[in-house]
Design a protein around this ligand. Structure first.
Ligand SMILES: [Zn+2]
Length: 303
């Protein structure tokens, strides 16, 4: 049995996960993302306290952590963009220092890598020797499965598709580059684009979810914002497929729940951008694990 932690800018989740990948003893607390690094760590320890109180804790052999990135596996540190109190924060050591963890191994990965590990173990990338798994939500994260194994890379950020440039002279990105995929295809970017082009929501919700509803109803500006996001995703996916020679692509996250509004234009644009014979006809699938992917992936890191 493994203990899994999924650390993001809005929530810190934990669970005990058995060797088949089934989740038990879930705990979830809000992330005090605007508070000090110590305050965020205190919540992580509170989640561990509750997991350790379960009778099954005695069977736990390792602790896996999927964290918002970037992460630095070489040093066991994380610097999540949306948790300003954590910069080069020694998360692995701080989790290992929790009294209940004791001598158990602690494994860390970025959330994109964790999602790829989860989908490869129990989800839509199961059985694929090579796969690209993306999370399209407030940001765009991703992870790679190559030659049958998840490839975190030396720093733990391999496959981080959200920050490859798909528009050479595009907008500056908070990461320091410009024209990044995340700046066009994230839910945040889709809503910003739609609002900027004159879309107005019918209700209070100004998020990509509301844009998706209107796009599905045929609103041209809303549909155009999704089409642009799908085009950027297609360019990034086609480039990745060309680079590492993979067939399977798994897409999850809140924006993917838009369904055909995203996936139909994505298929159309992939037809154009993935043109070489070995990248034609990519097998694009919806992620299967939803919001559990972070926890299942954190456990998968321990296997
Ligand atoms: Zn960027």
């Amino acid at each position: 049995m493994f203990a899994a932690l999924d650390i993001g800018g809005t929530k810190i989740a934990g669970a005990l996960v058995d060797s088949a990948g089934a989740l038990g003893h879930r705990v979830q607390l809000p992330t005090p993302a605007r508070e000090s690094g110590a305050a965020v760590l205190a919540v992580v320890h509170r989640v561990l306290d509750r997991l350790a109180a379960a009778p099954e804790w005695a069977a736990v052999t390792a602790v896996g952590i999927g964290s918002a990135g970037p992460v630095d596996l070489a040093h066991g540190t994380v610097s999540p963009v949306n948790i300003p109190g954590w910069r080069e924060f020694p998360l692995t050591a701080e989790v290992a220092a929790h009294p209940a963890v004791g001598a158990r191994r602690v494994a860390l990965a970025g959330d994109g890598v964790a999602m790829a590990a989860a989908e490869h173990w129990r989800g839509a990338a199961r059985g694929a020797a090579d796969a690209l798994c993306l999370v399209v939500s407030t940001g765009v994260g991703a992870g790679l499965v190559l030659d049958g194994a998840v490839r975190p890379g030396p720093s733990g950020n391999a496959g981080h598709l959200g920050h490859i440039t798909v528009e050479l002279d595009g907008e500056p990105c908070p990461c320091g580059s410009r024209g990044c995929l995340e700046g066009i295809a994230s839910g945040t970017a889709i809503a910003r684009r739609a609002l900027g082009e004159g879309w107005r929501p019918a209700g209070e919700d100004r998020s990509a979810r509301a844009v998706a509803v209107d796009a599905a109803a045929g609103h041209p500006v809303a549909a155009a914002a999704f089409d642009r996001a799908a085009r950027a995703l297609a360019a990034g996916i086609a480039a990745t497929a060309a680079l590492v020679d993979l067939r399977r692509v798994v897409i999850g996250g809140g924006v993917a729940t838009a369904g055909p509004v995203l996936f139909d234009p994505l298929a159309r644009h992939l037809d154009r951008y993935a043109a070489l014979p070995y990248v034609r006809g990519l097998d694009v699938r919806r992620a299967e694990l939803g919001t559990d992917a972070g926890l299942i992936g954190a456990a998968a890191l321990c296997r």
